[in-house]
Design a protein around this ligand. Structure first.
Ligand SMILES: Cc1cc2nc3c(=O)[nH]c(=O)nc-3n(C[C@H](O)[C@H](O)[C@H](O)COP(=O)(O)O)c2cc1C
Ligand code: SF4
Ligand code: FES
Length: 563
């Protein structure tokens, strides 16, 4: 494919994409809620009803409000329906068809009150539009989609639809209008930081790999996503797989690699399927493989499927796993940028990091650097979960406050008030409600003893016991510890036992000091990030919710010898 063919295809597809269409979310959470049956019944209704204007129906990626699926949107008006059932399909089609007629007011069937207030048996009538209209509801209006700009709009299984949204244009621009070092410079100037958790500057990482002597180099996309409660990367891979492939290809050109791997966990069958399809399509169009865009640049991508070990998300363990060895971390340095896969310089970035690359090349580094805060540029995707009204996937500019996310976008907690937000999964911490005005950026969250992490955000209400939270994450780390080094292998077990003792009201006050000391020891002496960060949830709950620990130990009578 050359530029002219790309542009012609884009134009043709844009006309099709902009036509009136019923869009059904047909990925992850919505599939679990029978979205495929809903789409099928909509197709049946279109085929069997007497319609005077053609109606398209399209399966698309995640629309964000995953917990209210299946979601269906009538475009271009953007009318959103949630929790749609297959038997509502005929009424939806009828209403949409009527709205396309010259005088929709006369023809539109009356809209009954919200289905949420009706008994289920009446659900075969037209559902009311969801109260979460994209144009009005703060769940949507406070978002700034860059990574998710195509999610919910295009069919993830169609390369043509991706191309219609300027897909692969950035790769063309990089190959024909920029030198590899100019691409690296753009990354540096954009201020993009790795979205996999650590926030390492992407430009710096790319330039380290680029500066290594020419020879075999690799690019790896880390799609292991093992944090409990996190589903951002899964959603990006399911909803817009070409975006990740394009980002990887641009990275490969910049650093001089010709082979890439996407490491994705086996529990993500739709992501795997969509990636396989996308790779096949891109190869067929000459956008991956040999002589991409008829240039001298070659780049292949292969998938590697993980078996669900949390530690395999750690970069050195991940590379060992790709090499066919047991997924065990090894000490750094050397860093993968110098000596990675099979000892060769390797660039490893997260799914969301790669998904940011194409828009940065298309719109320029200055555009990206203008979004977010001074030190944390761009946006961040979060999976908003827990005891909150609106759970799902959001993308907000860095610097958005936790209060905006929890209270405005999330609609507040289900019953009562919020107690804390957990960010960063097992490596992160709990931020108390009194600190909700904190802007979400790398530095602010670290100051509060938590981390940005890869984007899991779990809201807790007053009924949550914070010792339980700490114990839950410690249990997770204990089970996921690979056992290679003693501080983590034995330390997480000891910490879990101590937390259990405290939770059961069997611990003495001095054991809280022991807990603290053990946390510091495990943090400082563990070999990899899993052990080094495993104590974080304990330390942050000790910092902000010490009274909950004290209540449990103080209940113990000083004379009680039953320990
Ligand atoms: C225990 C552990 C698990 C990790 N899991 C992931 C993961 O699932 N996805 C990811 O991108 N990074 C994960 N990381 C971070 C990676 O080691 C690495 O820093 C990251 O992939 C680099 O990409 P980035 O610079 O784009 O953030 C994990 C780190 C540790 C210590
Ligand atoms: S810190 Fe834990 S997970 Fe990491 S190498 Fe040591 S035992 Fe394995
Ligand atoms: S999976 Fe359907 S809205 Fe997220």
């Amino acid at each position: 494919m050359d530029l002219k063919e790309l542009q012609t295809l884009a134009k043709q597809e844009q006309a099709i994409l902009n036509a009136p269409c019923i869009r059904c979310c047909t990925v992850g959470g919505c599939i679990a809620a029978h979205a495929l049956e809903v789409k099928q019944q909509i197709e049946v209704a279109i085929a069997t009803q007497p319609l005077t204007s053609p109606i398209q129906v399209r399966g698309v990626g995640c629309m964000g409000l995953c917990s209210r699926g299946p979601l269906v949107r009538l475009d271009p008006a953007g009318i959103l329906y949630d929790q749609v059932t297959p038997d509502q399909a005929p009424a939806l089609v009828q209403s949409f068809h009527a709205s396309l007629q010259p005088n929709p007011l006369e023809d539109t069937p009356p809209i009954p009150p919200s289905p949420h207030s009706q008994p289920k048996s009446q659900s075969s009538t037209l559902p009311s539009p969801s109260p979460y209209q994209p144009q009005h509801h703060s769940f949507f209006t406070l978002q700034h989609p860059i990574v998710l700009e195509n999610s919910g709009h295009i069919d993830p299984l169609s390369i043509k639809e991706y191309i219609a949204k300027d897909g692969y244009l950035a790769l063309y621009q990089a190959l024909y209008e920029m030198t590899p070092s100019e691409v690296v410079d753009q990354m540096t100037q954009s201020g993009l930081r790795g979205r996999g958790g650590g926030g390492y500057p992407t430009g710096l990482k790319w330039s380290t790999v680029a500066k290594m002597p020419p020879g075999q180099k690799y690019v790896i996309c880390n799609g292991d996503e093992g944090d409990p409660g996190a589903f951002m990367d899964r959603s990006v891979l399911e909803s817009d797989p070409h975006r990740v492939l394009e980002g990887m290809a641009i990275a490969a050109y910049a650093v001089g690699a010709n082979q890439g791997y996407i490491y994705v966990r086996g529990e993500y069958p739709f992501a795997i399927n969509h990636l396989q399809t996308a790779i096949r399509q891109a190869r067929k169009q000459g956008l991956l493989g040999s002589q991409i865009f008829e240039s001298p640049f070659d780049f292949r991508i292969d998938l590697r499927i993980g078996a669900g070990a949390f530690v395999c998300g750690e970069e050195t363990a991940l590379m060992a796993s790709i090499e066919g060895k047991r997924g065990l971390p090894h000490p750094r340095p050397p860093y993968p940028a110098e000596s990675g896969l099979w000892g060769c310089p390797t660039l490893i970035n997260n799914v969301e990091t790669f998904a940011n690359i194409a828009p940065i090349i298309r719109n320029g580094a200055a555009w990206f650097a203008g979004i977010g805060t001074e030190q944390s540029n761009g946006t961040k995707v979060f999976s908003l979960a827990g005891k909150i009204q609106n759970t799902g996937l959001i993308e907000v500019p860095m610097g958005t406050s936790l209060r905006q996310i929890v209270e405005q976008m999330g609609g507040g907690v289900l019953n009562g008030t919020a107690k804390a937000v957990q960010t960063g999964g097992p490596s992160g911490g709990c931020i108390p409600a009194h600190a909700f005005d904190t802007p979400v950026d790398y530095e602010s969250l670290t100051r509060l003893g938590s981390i940005m992490g890869s984007g899991g955000m779990i809201v807790m209400d007053q009924s949550t016991n914070m010792v339980d939270v700490a114990r839950f994450f410690m249990e997770f780390c204990m089970e996921e510890s690979c056992g290679k080094c003693i501080p983590c292998r034995a330390g997480t077990v000891q910490l879990h036992q101590l937390l259990t003792k405290i939770r059961n009201g069997q611990a003495r006050l001095e054991e809280l000091d022991q807990l603290n000391q053990l946390c510091e020891m495990v943090k400082q002496t563990s070999l990899c990030g899993l052990g080094q960060s495993a104590p974080n949830p304990v330390l942050s709950t000790l910092r902000f919710f010490k009274d909950e620990y004290l209540t449990l130990v103080q209940d113990l009578s000083p004379d009680d010898d039953g320990l």
